[in-house]
Design a binder for this molecule. Structure first.
Ligand code: HEM
Length: 445
């Protein structure tokens, strides 16, 4: 901590512990910087105050921002009873039955219900669908002409989720494919904004969001009814089937409304994030011919270790979700030597943790060799968050990225050059490459 920061901290210190230093700017200015220049503002505040400080911004209010590994570890290892989910959170958008809206025992039960669909055997059984969607989407890509890879990646990840998680097919798959992208785009924008009262809502963008949601629920209800009467329900391994089957075990069942909220959650949390991470991976590889050469050799030899390392490094150097939040559930929550004053939110800035030169020498470099033969984990690597609320789809997302990348490397040669790196653009939840991850591809002979 700098001298100024130490002095500020002492001003508010309790006898045994320090309160985090505060950023002393008008709330409106802080909010503006947090919304539009977050990366630059955070770097400046870290330089001035160190890796823990307090900001005051719209939506989250007074918030303590941390990005130092020991503090991040303390946040991740705090019990679900000590730190509950931040308010507001994505259940604003997905509904109160979403895992994002649950805490404590209900949150644990829901995760237990969803977990089997994201691990081991289930992941293996998804491989063919992911390969199939990748080949279908890439069949008509322009040869030798530059194009944005983000939207094709979004279509792949959306179709994969709809088929794998919803078990969707035929008319419902077609309808969902058409309506979900616009629903997701608007939802991301409004996710954290406070909902207006009903009389304004009818004449605001929320009315459109409500309309999308009614259509989504209608389609999902048809899928639920079909799943309930499916004679092969026991053998199915899509998430909808898991959720419907759970209703058969007395006491652990999930209501239809909650199934709709949860499916909306999975498509909302899982498709743009993975598509953005894939677009960033291509954006980085394009500028690193050495990495591409190694990836291509490896794919020809049937390996995958370096590809995995490339995915981990891409998720580090271009963090898709830059911040996660928690709410202390009791007054005067203590975070190592710091006392977190009442009614504060705790925000972990993943992007700053990933840019820390003490953890990652030359953090700005895209260097997959850092992760070769290792599996990065919290608190140093936090692309999927940590602790009781760590991303439930992380293994699925990595497996999907791996299969998409492998399938495309087998079929295409990516043009590499020294084009300037794309800037990051914030879409409301995910950070995407501003130009959509522009690529030039040639078929491999
Ligand atoms: C590269 C892709 C992805 C990234 C970068 C990502 C990142 C994250 C992050 C940072 C969190 C917050 C964790 C925390 O608060 O500690 C999260 C939560 C979550 N993610 Fe992901 N995610 C990805 C893909 C997916 C996929 C594919 C799914 C499901 C299909 C998914 C479903 C969820 C859910 C349900 C939560 C809430 C967990 C809870 O509150 O218990 N995510 N994700």
């Amino acid at each position: 901590m700098t001298d100024t920061a130490m002095a500020t901290a002492r001003e508010t210190a309790t006898p045994s512990r320090l309160n985090p230093p505060r950023v002393r700017l008008p709330k409106l200015v802080q909010g503006f910087l947090f919304a539009f220049f977050r990366g630059k503002a955070m770097r400046y505040w870290i330089k001035r105050h160190g890796h823990i400080f307090e900001i005051n911004v719209a939506f989250f209010g007074r918030s303590v921002v941390v990005s130092e590994p020991a503090l991040v570890r303390s946040v991740c290892t705090a019990s679900a009873e000590q730190l509950i989910n931040v308010q507001p959170n994505l259940s604003n958008w997905f509904g109160p039955g979403s895992v994002f809206g649950l805490d404590g025992g209900r949150h644990r039960d829901r995760r237990r219900l969803l977990a089997p669909a994201f691990h081991g055997q289930s992941l293996k059984s998804y491989e063919t669908v992911i390969e199939d969607e990748t080949r279908r989407e890439s069949a008509n890509w322009p040869e030798g002409k530059e194009f944005r890879i983000l939207e094709p990646m979004s279509r792949i990840t959306l179709n994969v989720i709809l088929r794998i998680m919803f078990g969707a097919d035929g008319t419902e798959l077609k309808e969902l494919r058409e309506m979900v992208p616009a629903y997701m785009k608007l939802g991301q924008l409004l996710a954290f904004a406070p909902a207006p009262p009903a009389w304004i809502r009818r004449h605001s963008p929320w009315a459109k969001l409500d309309e999308f949601r009614r259509t989504f629920d209608r389609i999902v209800c048809t899928l639920i009814e079909r799943t309930e009467s499916d004679p092969n329900l026991v053998e199915r391994n899509d998430i909808l089937a898991y959720l419907v089957r759970s209703g058969h075990d007395k006491g652990t069942g999930i209501s239809r409304a909650d199934i709709c909220d949860e499916l909306s959650t999975l498509v909302g949390a899982g498709h743009e994030t993975t598509a953005s991470a894939l677009a960033w991976t291509f954006e980085r590889i394009r500028r690193h011919p050495d990495v591409l050469a190694e990836l291509s050799n490896e794919v020809d030899e049937g390996g995958g270790e370096f590809r995995r390392a490339t995915i981990f490094e891409s998720l580090r150097v271009r963090t898709v979700i830059d911040v996660i939040g928690r709410q202390p559930n009791s007054p005067n929550f203590e975070l190592d030597q710091w006392s977190i004053p009442d009614h504060r939110t705790v925000l972990v800035r993943i992007a700053d943790l990933h840019e820390n030169p003490e953890i990652y020498p030359h953090p700005e470099r895209f260097d997959p060799y850092r992760f070769r033969g290792t599996r990065p984990a919290a608190p140093e690597w936090l692309a999927f968050g940590g602790g009781a609320r760590r991303c439930i789809g992380s293994d699925f997302a990595i497996a999907e990225m791996d299969i998409v990348l492998r399938t495309l490397l087998q079929s295409f040669r990516l043009h590499t050059d020294a084009a300037a790196g794309e800037k990051s653009h914030f879409r409301g939840i995910a950070h995407i490459p501003k130009l959509g991850g522009r690529v030039i591809l040639h078929h491999r002979k």
